[in-house]
Design a protein around this ligand. Structure first.
Ligand code: HEM
Length: 464
């Protein structure tokens, strides 16, 4: 018996000759204005109208939008070599930077970069990060009890996750973390304004916004160069300890794209790439999680009970993660309802026929993760925060592409293990010491942005 009562007939089952999907109802201007005002709401609304649709925006911008598990599986997993990262995201020539891992479009080049970056993210290596995560969290939360009220817990999580990435991957200081955060926050704001603007002024034009991000970028690059050069002058160790050691082990000043080596410039840009990919995403996951937990007393009670029973008051370690199944369900449910990366963009490198539709080469396709995560065919209560969506039974009944907070297929998130480890350790540490109560008067709103940002999250904090 299925637990999904709303199963509807998929358009995939009714396809005749390949055709183009329907154009989304509404004018180009109305879509554009909705998208600018409330991107998350925009994608959710679009996903409700059709599984596959075409979106026309002003100035001739045209995209497909897929909000269907089978399409997502095809694009990200089955035919990932046909559907590449869109050239809108990978055009680094214009920015004058070497292409890092996330911005690499070509499969061969991507593969060698991914192989070089993978080792610190292996499961055994991640376990060694546990102690640092616990220490840094304890330092951050030490004075929460005295403060009694935090105007924005999300801001605290940003401070924590940037410190963690900086420290775990390249042993940067708190000062470095602060500089990187300033730059990344400014870049994210700038990126959203640029993505939602119809006119893209060339970045070399000396507009105030361009000058500001260029200045911050320079400051961050200088900090990264300092870190790299200091490490090169330090003693050599037999065993590489972090990502920076590993990257320096393959350093070659003459390295060319595609060789088994990186120049210093490439090393700097890869450190930046991982920091961008891993800092805000994890902070947002934690922010939404504490909002949901503090507004769902029955979930909080069950979670506290599990943490107390399993840990008996001691700090968690990486080995405890598998012993806290309900915590894991709460984390996944948060990433379902509020996926930090709520939309992805791909481009068809070759033509493809699938599900009754013909995809011409060059088609730009948004994968609508926001809507996918609320498809009533796969979620018993799609709009509600309900960790039981992740019981073993429910998971076994869902197809592969229905839940993709970290993407799926070969280009899935490199840092998913690290992000989950951080969340699995940080949440119990906070619950063991404090009671967090949401002190806002309205439901927490989504703030327009490239990622699924939250408005400030105010919390009353009491010691346990
Ligand atoms: C909750 C936290 C996180 C979420 C929700 C998340 C989500 C994602 C998603 C959806 C993608 C695919 C994007 C696309 O293809 O368009 C991705 C890629 C990536 N993520 Fe994460 N991520 C998280 C944390 C991290 C962390 C902690 C790191 C590393 C420190 C990281 C590193 C990367 C990298 C390097 C890629 C690109 C992989 C490639 O192109 O091969 N992420 N992430």
């Amino acid at each position: 018996m299925t637990i999904f009562p709303h199963k509807k007939t998929s358009h995939l089952e009714t396809a005749a000759t390949p055709q183009l999907p329907p154009i989304a109802a509404g004018s180009a201007v109305a879509h554009y204005l909705h998208f600018r005002r409330d991107p998350f709401g925009f994608w959710l609304a679009l996903g409700r109208t059709a599984a596959v649709t075409r979106l026309q925006l002003p100035l001739g911008w045209a995209f497909w939008v897929v909000s269907d598990e089978a399409w997502v599986d095809r694009i990200l997993a089955q035919q990932s070599y046909t559907y590449l990262r869109s050239r809108y995201l990978t055009d680094t020539k214009r920015r004058g930077t070497p292409p890092n891992l996330t911005q690499t479009r070509d499969w061969k080049q991507w593969l060698w970069k991914r192989r070089l970056m993978q080792p610190p993210f292996h499961k055994e290596r991640l376990a060694a990060f546990g102690e640092t995560i616990v220490q840094e969290t304890n330092t951050l939360i030490a004075d929460w009890g005295e403060r009694g009220h935090l105007a924005d817990v999300g801001d605290e999580f940003r401070t924590l996750t940037i410190r963690l990435i900086t420290k775990l991957l390249y042993a940067g200081s708190e000062g470095d973390a602060h500089i990187f955060r300033q730059t990344l926050d400014a870049y994210m704001d700038f990126g959203f304004r640029r993505a939602t603007s119809l006119i893209h002024w060339p970045l070399w034009l000396p507009l105030p916004a361009h000058r500001r991000v260029a200045r911050l970028r320079q400051q961050a690059e200088e900090a990264a160069w300092r870190l790299v050069l200091a490490r090169m002058e330090g003693e050599e160790t037999a065993e590489p300890h972090d990502l920076l050691d590993m990257l320096l082990a393959i350093f070659d000043p003459e390295a060319k794209e595609g060789e088994e080596a990186f120049t210093l410039e490439q090393i700097i840009h890869h450190l930046g790439d991982l920091t961008v990919a891993g800092y805000e995403t994890t902070a947002l996951g934690l922010t939404w999680l504490f909002y949901f937990v503090s507004t769902h007393p029955e979930v909080e009670a069950r979670l506290r009970d599990e943490v107390e029973t399993v840990l008996q008051g001691r700090p968690p370690t990486a080995a405890d993660v598998s012993r806290l199944p309900y915590l894991n369900m709460v984390i996944l449910e948060t990433l379902r309802l509020r996926p930090p990366v709520f939309v992805m963009l791909r481009e068809a490198d070759k033509a493809d026929d699938f599900g009754g539709y013909h995809v011409p080469a060059g088609t730009q396709i948004f994968l609508n993760v926001a809507a996918l995560h609320r498809d009533p065919r796969y979620w018993a209560t799609p709009e509600a925060f309900n960790p039981d969506h992740f019981t073993a039974e429910a998971k076994a009944q869902r197809p592969h592409g229905a839940f993709t907070p970290f993407s799926i297929g070969p280009r899935k998130c490199l840092g998913d293990g690290l992000a989950l480890l951080e969340m699995n350790l940080i949440v119990p540490l906070i619950l063991q010491r404090y009671q967090l109560s949401y002190s806002g008067t309205q439901p927490l709103r989504v703030k327009p942005g490239v990622r699924l940002q939250a408005e400030p999250l105010p919390m009353r904090i009491e010691r346990k």
